[in-house]
Design a protein around this ligand. Structure first.
Ligand code: ASP
Length: 327
């Protein structure tokens, strides 16, 4: 353990937050507390009987208004491995398609007394609105282009596993930074933990204000990837773009796709990450996505552990969930 991490072990602390809206609200100690707790939960998933009674009697509602494979399943598996009761509502099967507002949906869900609602929504800020209208804890599972905090945490956990530290690392994030909630959560998290974050992508994908988050914008992919410890690629978020912002996917792949040749610029032991879903041949060549440096499936495995930790810390890790705001 080095520098920052030695100063803040995150041990013997309580998670001070009733809700998880974003990495922005988390201190170094909060992040380490989640990561340490997640580590201690990880072996439960490797056991023959993958269940502990920790959250017995708690009710977890997955409220997903946007498509999801990994995040929804991962929260559900995490809750079930801790013996909570889980219920899934997706936009297609909910009354949202009949015109019900998020606030009305929230009030009706609250009337059924859940302990936590995990929300994915296309509008940035939707989890704040939900939390103001519900007594249950709210966990943001991705709100528009704003944040995806559990992804940020599982990404930090994966890098920590492979590199043994976060401070002083060079993290390259390539692609659609402007529309990616993963990019925002990762930039906030890695910068807070002392990593240096370098960004590259088409100009239309790099918001000018992003350097305020502490990341460095590079003029080329080569500049970002050179000597990087971590190369993270992002899917182009076509669902958040009204007009096409790049000429074609083929051209994007040629100039911004990560293939074996580009990866040679990174450190020899660099790892390759992607939050999924991967568009093979666009942001990542298939041989890199499946290659020995890819830790994409480790990210998925760690996703369950991080979400178990979040549910534990928010629901079971401290007494009572009464009241709003930070505790
Ligand atoms: N699964 C991630 C998200 O929901 C990344 C992506 O969809 O590209 O933001």
């Amino acid at each position: 353990m080095t520098g920052l991490m030695a100063e803040h072990t995150g041990q013997d602390q309580h998670f001070r937050h009733q809700h998880l809206f974003g990495i922005e609200q988390l201190s170094v100690s909060d992040i380490l507390l989640v990561l340490n707790t997640a580590r201690s939960f990880r072996d439960i998933s490797a056991r023959a009987i993958k269940k502990v009674p920790t959250l017995r009697g708690k009710t977890v509602v997955n409220l997903f208004f946007e498509p999801s494979t990994r995040t929804r399943l991962s929260f559900e598996i995490a809750a079930k491995r801790m013996s909570a009761d889980t219920f899934n509502i997706s936009s297609a099967g909910s009354s949202a398609v009949k015109g019900e507002t998020l606030i009305d949906t929230a009030k009706n869900i609250q009337a059924m007394k859940p302990d936590v609602v995990i929300l994915r929504h296309s509008s940035s800020g939707a989890p704040y609105l939900l939390a103001r209208n519900i007594e249950a804890a709210v966990i943001n599972a991705g709100d528009g282009a704003h944040e995806h905090p559990s992804q940020g945490l599982l990404d930090m956990m994966t890098v920590l596993d492979h590199k043994g530290r976060l401070d002083g690392l060079k993290i390259a994030i390539i692609g659609d930074i402007a529309h990616s909630r993963v990019a925002r959560s990762d930039i906030l998290g890695f910068v807070r933990m002392g990593s240096e974050v370098f960004l590259a992508g088409p100009q239309t994908f790099i918001p000018p204000e992003v350097s305020r988050l502490g990341a460095t914008v590079c003029g080329s992919v080569a500049e970002a990837v050179r000597d990087a410890d971590v190369v993270m690629t992002l899917r182009i978020q076509l669902e958040r773009q009204n007009d096409p912002l790049i000429p074609s996917l083929r051209e994007y792949a040629k100039f911004y796709g990560i293939n074996r040749k580009v990866l040679e610029l990174a450190r020899e032991d660099a790892i390759v990450m992607h939050p999924g879903p991967v568009n093979r041949g666009v942001e990542l060549s298939p041989d890199v996505a499946d290659g020995s440096r890819s830790v994409i499936l480790d990210q998925v495995t760690n996703g369950v552990a991080v979400r178990m930790a979040l549910l534990y810390l928010i629901l079971g890790g401290s007494k009572g969930n009464e009241g709003q705001g930070d505790r």
